[in-house]
Write a protein that binds this ligand. Structure first.
Ligand code: ADP
Ligand code: MG
Length: 274
């Protein structure tokens, strides 16, 4: 087992490995053999049409959905093996959904500090100090005593992300976390994710925000009918997709005005910012 904190920053360390993941709901084959490797500090964006299997894939990684076939490894440990402690594994994998799912009857501070206290047995004082530091890092310190219904959707989603971070996960899964937000609130949530990427958080992100994927992902995977049809650096996937189906998907995205494909100036081939 090489995955202790001392290994953080080691180049090329594998955090997540999926081998041949298959998942069906009844007769509907939703995941049809997914292979994926994610290294420490990598940001991998999953793109693809609605129904292509992005959410199911993330839910399988977090063991919310049992897989039908294939194996999932976190660092060196197979988490799909019989007899693994599922709760212990879930603690190491944060997941945030489209719906914010904050506890409505709890303050922001309690929302963020609850799991460390209850699950990790962190003493209340330390859990709250840590929670405040995290809230401060993401510009939410002054909201600590508020209840979720007093916050904007963007603020609630930022709190939901902070709540996941409070467990110090090895891996963070984000499933369309901006899709339920009014357009003017999307940027602040994407800002939080960019800040996490800068801080080295390993993330797998299902997103329709193609501009974000292009600018912030180390790698983009195009899912099509339960398979990763192609993957690569964002610059290549967005500018030179190898597969016709990827091309057609991106064309639809462009037509919907969700990907700016302004031709680059002569000689400047760097679309990847940050
Ligand atoms: N719990 C479920 N029961 C039955 N069908 C499901 C369930 N979850 C997802 N599906 C189906 O699986 C397919 C893939 O869904 P999903 O993983 O949500 O795709 P995406 O996130 O890419 O839109 C869809 O056809 C969806 O209707
Ligand atoms: Mg989805």
């Amino acid at each position: 087992m090489s995955g202790d904190l001392g290994m953080r920053g080691a180049d090329g360390e594998v955090v997540l490995r999926l081998d041949g993941i298959r998942k069906a709901f009844g007769k509907l084959e939703v995941l049809r053999g997914i292979d994926l490797v994610v290294h420490r500090h990598e940001v991998v964006c999953l793109i693809g049409a609605s129904g292509s299997g992005k959410s199911t894939l993330l839910r399988c990684v977090n063991l919310i959905e049992p897989v039908d076939a294939g194996r999932i490894f976190i660092e060196d440990a197979e988490i799909t093996a019989a007899g693994v402690d599922v709760d212990r594994i879930r603690r190491r994998i944060g997941i945030v959904y489209q719906a914010f799912n904050l506890f409505p009857h709890m303050s922001v501070l309690d929302n963020v500090s609850l799991a460390p206290r209850k699950v990790l047995r962190t003493p209340r004082a330390k859990a709250e100090t840590d929670a405040l530091a995290l809230l401060d890092r993401f510009g939410l310190a002054e909201k600590a005593t508020e209840y979720p219904d007093r916050l904007s959707g963007g603020q609630q989603q930022r709190v939901a992300i902070v709540r996941a971070l409070a467990m110090e996960p090895d891996l963070l899964l984000l499933d369309e976390v901006t899709s339920a937000l009014d357009p003017e609130l999307v940027a602040e949530v994407l800002g939080v994710i960019r800040e996490l990427a800068r801080g080295g958080m390993t993330m797998v992100i299902a997103t329709h925000e193609m501009g974000f994927a292009r600018d912030s992902a180390n790698r983009v995977c195009f899912l099509d009918e339960g398979r990763i049809l192609e993957e690569g650096p964002p610059d290549r996937i967005f500018r030179h997709p190898a597969e016709e189906r990827t091309r057609r998907f991106l064309q639809r995205v462009i037509e919907a005005g969700r990907l700016d494909v302004t031709p680059e100036p002569d000689g400047a081939s760097e679309a990847v910012a940050d």
